[in-house]
Design a protein. Structure first.
Length: 277
């Protein structure tokens, strides 16, 4: 939740860049943020923050908690699981998180992209709670699962490439010295930051195509399937559309991953000191 508060403006810029089709010139991240501030004030870059916090309390809570539990169950005699098992656990945990966080993701996409829609097509959710009620009233319970397949796929890719790779980078950096400079990492703050940045870059790149498709499905009121969105976007914009918003996504996910894992590591240590193993 703390990480989301710091990085939400970048999330807003990313969603707006991904939502724009080929008929609109692709603006830069800075241009989107500057336009929002100049037209709606500084607070506008935090539009949809309540949905972002709801997403962290569902999606992130489930994917991180279930991953740690599965990792603990797969450990043998105190030894960490193999890389293959870690990636499998991360994928399953990501899928569970994607399902749990899907309603909040729909609200986040709609709230952050509302201002770039024509007035008659805006959702005008005041906050995540009223948005959730409106979503169910207008679209029924099926509205909560809009884009679920694409979102779950993205969540599996994200957890595998972010959480799974974090453990991989952390373990590798602890085992082997850095080439050329021969620096040996030790388990601590600096290691957590470096491993988090590497994991954030990996996660941003792997998830970008699914992220763009998910954004367009959740932001629309139609019933286009992921394949239809993919084919239409490829035809109208070319393969480059799959990496729209990569820069703000990376700038968001990098610090978000660092803050998330640094806090998470400290919480684990604090919990371990309180609860005997």
């Amino acid at each position: 939740a703390v990480a989301a508060c710091f990085t939400h403006p970048l999330d807003l810029a990313k969603v707006r860049m991904q939502s724009l089709g080929p008929t609109v010139p692709s603006p830069s991240m800075l241009k989107i943020l500057r336009h929002s501030i100049s037209n709606y004030g500084p607070r506008s870059v935090y539009t949809g923050l309540s949905a972002s916090l709801m997403r962290q309390m569902t999606y992130s809570l489930v994917r991180l908690g279930s991953y740690e539990e599965m990792k603990s169950l797969m450990s043998e005699n105190g030894r960490p699981p193999s890389t293959g098992k870690l990636l499998l656990a991360a994928g399953v945990a990501g899928g569970l998180g994607g399902i749990a966080g899907n309603p909040a993701d729909v609200l986040l996409v709609r709230m952050t992209s509302d201002s770039i829609r024509p007035p008659e097509k805006r959702y005008n959710y005041r906050n995540a709670i009223t948005g959730l009620i409106s979503l169910v009233k207008e679209d029924g319970w099926k509205g909560l699962s809009r884009g679920l397949g694409t979102n779950t796929t993205r969540a599996v890719l994200m957890n595998t490439s972010q959480v799974g790779s974090y453990d991989f980078f952390k373990t590798t950096l602890l085992q082997y010295p850095v080439p050329l400079v021969n620096y040996q990492f030790h388990d601590g703050f600096f290691l957590h930051v470096v491993a988090s940045l590497a994991a954030g870059t990996c996660g941003t790149t792997v998830c970008s195509p699914a992220d763009v498709i998910r954004t367009r499905i959740m932001g629309s009121s139609g019933k286009a399937s992921p394949i239809e969105v993919l084919v239409r976007s490829l035809r109208e914009e070319g393969p480059a559309f799959m990496f729209k918003g990569w820069t703000p996504a990376w700038m968001r996910l990098g610090p978000n991953t660092v803050l998330m894992f640094v806090f998470f590591e400290q919480l684990k240590r604090g919990w371990s000191s309180l609860v005997p193993s």
